[in-house]
Design a protein around this ligand. Structure first.
Ligand code: HEM
Length: 408
């Protein structure tokens, strides 16, 4: 990637934006044939030698709700160490790639900082002012692009605020976070962003070790695991995970929820008139269009799933999107319906690695939706806008959400 290209656009395109509009019929078709599918890498990697083809890993996808939950619950058979050769290369040894017992000990240490109780303070001090600050900039205009002007920028401001990083650094900091997760298709850019981020964050860490404040870096710098403090490497790995984990997903999930409501105006009206519907609307948004459609594990032993023999060492693609659209569990799964019966979805995954930031993401989304409804009366999709839709394969969201509100 060249220095002057837009890393966000580059990332979107590489993860299927504008090429994949709706992967769900294909997922459903595969699931009906068999909920475990062998992925034919040989056919995908055209032009490689026989020797290279022999060296390709075995990759299987699981597509039903039951199998996704079985795989995610059983961390002993389906290990998260898959990430050590991918995201681990740019994040370091983070919680994402740890297995039991290391994972449990590490998670126990940091999860207090992400509990509902700990988040109360961030809601009033940080999230609400940030969200309102963005809305202030367009509220008088009567029209806006809610993606560019609200959902895309706000989550990275929240993370940076929680870490106590200076406001002026945000554009650069945001750019590095998306470059970091581009590592899967642009190794050099990912590794360079990782080094930049470590260099950028280290002085903040040194300073918080010496002189703690009440921000998240200070909490991590002074947390103790079995009587020992986390090392700089461990903290930097967590921080490099937190940025993309917290920003990229929340931006897309709030966009998807707003799109679901704006394109189903009766449901938007219902939520506008009865705010107690917000939690179920958020859950349905996450079920209907999870921002991240898949995660991965590696098999630690030979195993059989749905009658398919899977050898040890195989990669398992855990298709969260397909699980959320499993028609044996959700009636008419492609329909956005905030009134459907509440059933556990997989957007935040499941089991030991279930999203650590889910309460934060939920609180942020609640603030966004509440503020948008309070401050933008008559909110509707801009009638002049053509063909607004959700797009993408691995990450999914609308590219833009042009709206009008007020008397305009
Ligand atoms: C709607 C927004 C979000 C979604 C859909 C989401 C989704 C996920 C998923 C699917 C995983 C499991 C990954 C795996 O096991 O392979 C995960 C883990 C994680 N998420 Fe989130 N996430 C969201 C927001 C956040 C936020 C706001 C933060 C924090 C600021 C966060 C931090 C994390 C962390 C630290 C993990 C690793 C947990 C572990 O390995 O034990 N996430 N998330």
């Amino acid at each position: 990637m060249s220095d002057d290209s837009d890393p966000f656009d580059y990332f979107d395109r590489a993860t299927g934006a504008d090429t994949v509009r709706n992967p769900y019929p294909e997922f459903a078709e595969q699931r009906r044939r068999c909920p475990v599918q062998k992925v034919d890498l040989r056919a995908m990697a055209k032009g490689i030698s026989e020797e290279q083809a022999q060296a390709l890993p075995n990759v299987y996808q699981v597509l039903s709700h039951d199998l996704v939950s079985q795989v995610l619950r059983d961390g002993q058979t389906f290990s998260s160490s898959f990430y050590s050769n991918t995201m681990g290369a740019v994040m370091g040894h983070s919680i994402l790639e740890m297995d039991a017992p290391e994972h449990g000990r590490y998670r126990g240490l940091i999860q207090k900082a992400f509990s509902k109780k700990a988040l109360e303070r961030w809601e009033d001090e940080l999230v609400r002012p940030i969200v309102n600050g963005f809305i202030d900039r367009f509220v008088e205009r009567g029209r806006a692009d809610l993606v560019r002007e609200l959902t895309f920028p706000f989550p990275v401001h929240v993370i940076a605020g929680m870490l106590g990083l200076p406001h002026a650094d945000l554009p650069q900091f945001h750019r590095w976070t998306v470059e970091l997760i581009s590592v899967g298709f642009d190794w050099e850019t990912g590794v360079r962003a990782s080094q930049h981020l470590a260099k950028y964050l280290q002085p903040f860490l040194d300073q918080r070790r010496a002189d703690p404040t009440d921000d998240l870096i200070s909490v991590l710098a002074h947390a103790e695991l079995d009587g020992q403090r986390l090392t700089d490497e461990e903290i930097l790995a967590f921080l490099r995970l937190l940025l993309p984990a917290g920003a990229e997903t929340t931006y897309r999930s709030t966009s998807n929820l707003l799109f679901g409501l704006l394109s189903n105006t009766d449901q938007l009206e219902a939520v506008r008139n009865d705010r107690s519907l917000i939690p179920q609307a958020m859950e349905e948004g996450l079920r209907w269009e999870p921002p991240l459609t898949g995660i991965a594990r590696v098999c630690t032993r030979d195993v059989e799933l749905a009658g398919v023999q899977i050898p040890a060492g195989s990669t398992i693609g855990v298709n969260l999107g397909a699980a959320n659209h499993d028609d044996t569990r959700y009636e008419d799964p492609e329909r956005f319906d905030i009134f459907r019966p509440a059933r556990q979805h997989m957007a935040f995954a499941f089991g030991p690695h279930r999203c650590l930031g889910m309460h934060l993401a939920t609180m942020e989304t609640e603030v966004v939706l509440g503020s948008v409804l309070d401050r933008l009366p008559g909110l509707r999709l801009d009638p002049a806008a053509v063909d607004i839709h959700i797009t993408g394969q691995a990450f999914r969201s609308p590219r833009k959400l042009p709206v009008r509100f007020g008397a305009q």
